[in-house]
Design a protein around this ligand. Structure first.
Ligand code: GAL
Length: 650
């Protein structure tokens, strides 16, 4: 397991490593023996070529909602809010990929890089098929035609980095995809650590609600006894939002913001505020920000701050600091991805920012630099915020991605894919077309990194439309049961880079079935989640070798393919797992002590369950991991107590 660095030409000034935290791992200069990457400076920029095994799987490139296995495809990774096809456009494009051949590659650039993933053949290399292959059968569909004559064993990996006079490339080696991805995350500064409350339920209120309506939603959560930790306010808290004033609408919807926030906090909610960076002339920071902004406006006269500059960060963060001081603990940093397809907003790629960065580079770095600005304002307080654009080396950022798109299957694929590139993604729930649709979506989101319901355009809670409040309550209670388990998965993310949610191929690449599995994922080390979407009465689920148990029904499964028929979300737990299940609480406080039932799956005589304890809210707070066994009766901990034991035998 190692990381190697090689330089071609003279790299550009604005590259992801410049803004990243210090790597938490060694980097060796030069490539390992026997590995070559050809690099050429061309009139189009840098062009890299390298061999790739004939049958290697390729994964990554950031939050790819439309594609999973990238072998044989061209991906141009561009920041874009509404990718229309499997082209590489993404809310969070990342120039990093991993292969099943024990290596991965990070290209340190903020350009719209094109990756030809074993898609093209070089004339003088590779084992070409002999001429007899030309006598192949005549294909009568375009699919069959191109499958027969294109990608194959003699293709290479070709990477084109436009405009750049040079680039640094990091070559990762490792024995599995999990190794490669974990190293990339450690290279990015280690995985982020959420506050404990961040793992609870999260509800975003309708954008036009006034303070009374928001308080009413808060009260209703407690009355319905649906667990919820975070309430988000959408644009209406501000006097104007497209572009943003960052001022409470005191004469309209929010006459008493301080009291409102205090009341919500007293009811046990964390408050999250929506904003974006495009700054309206009425914003108090506008004049000071002008010299540190781009030359184009976005939305209604909105300045685009150049967050590369410390001055812009400082001036802009002033309003966030004020809001944090009144009790706000999270933000939704919207619209920083830009769109080529919806509406006329965003700045062009040819924009010239005061720092010297151009629009193309800023599109790929905007979300990350915006998030960094906010972290400065939050200081020592941990957050679990949202952002709609991220990029390279983002693992240490406690920000979860989301989208305006809404295809449930794409959302599941996003959940599977995000972990390849140090990203977090919430398959957020908005409305349901039917109760079944709503429930299927809630099932997925409670098994993700952020249990988010984004009701930004809904007058009523989406489950009030249907008679399913009991079911929704039950699902959010399941989420609360899993907080201790998930918290330790995040502890590992921070300490080792291992993503808490990841594709099956990360851990099980020796089993070929895992290679194409884009509709099931690991949730922590011990659970496999295989969501279902509305209209599906049953689904096929592949489980890796060994023995697994249904999380909801305790049924025993051997590795292999199964047809599962259930209204429940199919979730499986690995044999030998000692799962810590908490008695659900309505929300997490700093003093919460979880009553844990240790549920043993199969033979757990040698198993250990790890529980992570810290203050749950402070950046860098000391952490302790307690280890308990199947027969442990008591633990010396303020955060946990053992309340019971269960044994699942199938
Ligand atoms: C969108 C965002 C939505 C919602 C909306 C409010 O850009 O993706 O989730 O916040 O803005 O105007």
């Amino acid at each position: 397991m190692s990381i190697y660095k090689i330089r071609f030409g003279t790299p550009e000034e604005f590259v992801p490593t410049r803004f990243a935290p210090k790597p938490l791992c060694e980097v060796i200069d030069g490539l390992p023996a026997g590995i070559t990457i050809d690099g050429k400076m061309t009139r189009r920029g840098v062009c890299l070529t390298m061999p790739i095994d004939g049958d290697a799987g390729v994964y990554g490139f950031g939050l790819q909602l439309r594609g999973f296995q990238q072998r044989g495809k061209k991906k141009t990774i561009r920041s874009n809010a509404d990718p229309l096809s499997d082209s590489g456009d993404s809310h969070a494009p990342v120039p990093f990929f991993v292969t099943t051949s024990g290596w991965g590659l990070f290209v340190d650039t903020a350009r719209y890089v094109s990756f030809y993933n074993g898609k093209c053949k070089r004339r003088d290399t590779g084992a070409h098929a002999d001429a007899a292959a030309e006598r192949r059968e005549v294909a009568l569909t375009t699919e069959a035609l191109y499958a027969a004559v294109s990608a194959g064993a003699d293709t290479v990996m070709t990477i084109e980095i436009p405009f750049a006079p040079g680039v640094d490339v990091y070559y990762f080696t490792g024995k599995s995809i999990l190794d490669l991805v974990s190293q990339y995350n450690m290279f990015s500064g280690g995985g982020c650590m959420p506050p404990l409350w961040g793992l609870g339920g999260f509800y975003r209120c309708c954008g036009k609600f006034n303070e009374e309506q928001v308080l009413d939603i808060a009260r209703r959560f407690r009355e319905y006894d649906i667990p919820c930790d975070i309430l988000g306010l959408e644009p209406g808290w501000q006097t104007c939002a497209y572009s943003c004033s960052y001022l409470w609408d005191r004469e309209g919807r929010f006459p008493h913001p301080e009291e409102t926030v205090s009341s919500l906090v007293e009811m046990g909610f964390h408050v999250n505020l929506w904003e974006h960076a495009f700054t309206n002339p009425t914003a108090p920071v506008y004049e000071a920000l002008k010299p540190y902004a781009g030359s184009y406006e976005v939305f209604n006269r909105g300045l685009v701050p150049d967050f590369t500059l410390p001055e812009a960060q400082e001036i802009f963060a002033a309003h966030q600091k004020t809001l944090c001081d009144m009790g706000i603990t999270g933000f939704k940093l919207d619209e920083c991805d830009g769109s080529d397809y919806t509406g006329g907003w965003t700045f062009p790629d040819c924009e010239e920012f005061p720092s010297g960065m151009d629009g193309e580079q800023y599109h790929n770095l905007f979300g990350l630099l915006y998030a960094k600005t906010l972290l400065g304002a939050l200081g020592e307080r941990r957050t679990w915020s949202e952002v709609r654009n991220m990029g390279a080396l983002a693992a240490s950022y406690p920000f979860v991605l989301y989208s305006d798109l809404y295809a449930h299957k794409d959302f599941i694929r996003g959940t599977v894919n995000a972990g390849f590139s140090g990203l977090l993604w919430a398959p957020e729930v908005r409305e349901g077309k039917t109760a079944e649709d709503l429930i299927r979506r809630v099932q997925t989101v409670v098994f993700s990194v952020q249990a988010l319901v984004n009701a930004w355009y809904l007058d009523r809670m989406p489950w009030e439309e249907f008679d399913c409040i009991d079911e929704i309550r039950r699902l959010f209670r399941v989420r609360m049961q899993l907080i201790p388990y998930l918290y330790t998965a995040f502890f590992d993310y921070r300490a080792t880079g291992k993503p808490p949610v990841r594709a099956l191929v990360c851990d099980y690449q020796d089993e070929r079935e895992a290679w194409d599995c884009d509709d099931a994922y690991l949730f922590g080390d011990a659970m496999i989640v295989a969501p279902m979407v509305a209209g599906e009465r049953e689904r096929r689920v592949w489980l890796p070798h060994g023995v697994w148990y249904g999380f909801f029904d305790g049924k025993r499964y051997d590795g292999g393919w199964h047809t599962v028929v259930t209204d429940e979300i199919p979730v499986f737990v690995k044999e030998g797992t000692l799962l810590p299940l908490a008695e659900p609480v309505s929300h997490v406080t700093e003093d919460t002590q979880f009553a844990i039932t240790l549920r043993a799956y199969g033979d757990c005589s040698a198993s250990v369950c790890r529980l992570t304890e810290d203050d749950g809210v402070t950046v860098g707070a000391p952490m302790r991991v307690l280890e308990v066994c199947a027969d442990t009766e008591t633990v010396d901990s303020v955060r946990y107590r053992i309340a019971g034991h269960e044994h699942i035998t199938g």
